[in-house]
Design a protein. Structure first.
Length: 98
């Protein structure tokens, strides 16, 4: 029984780099890594589709994500401050300190 080997994203990129930069043929890669040509062509398609998206955004998505995360962090800090203030008031009420 043949078991399919799983490759990490890093390994997939390294295999594709062999093909694209070093001009290793798909058939040689298939023999070396025991995968079918279909799999390598699928990885190649995914690589280029992802690259298209990367170039389309020109890093704007990363900046937008950072800004969104900063806003969320600020909101969480505000909520934590409110909870701490409420906790202090409750402790004062329970202990009778004013």
């Amino acid at each position: 029984m043949n078991r399919q080997r799983r490759y990490s994203p890093i390994q997939k990129v390294e295999i594709l780099r062999e093909h694209l930069e070093n001009h290793v043929t798909i058939s040689e890669l298939c023999k070396k890594y025991q995968v079918t040509p279909t799999i390598i062509y699928r990885w190649k398609k995914q690589l280029f589709e992802g690259a298209t998206e990367l170039f389309r955004n020109n890093g704007k998505k990363d900046n937008q994500t950072i800004k969104e995360l900063q806003v969320k962090l600020r909101q969480k800090d505000e909520v934590i401050s409110e909870i701490v203030a409420d906790n202090i008031q409750l402790k004062k009420k329970l202990t009778g300190i004013r």
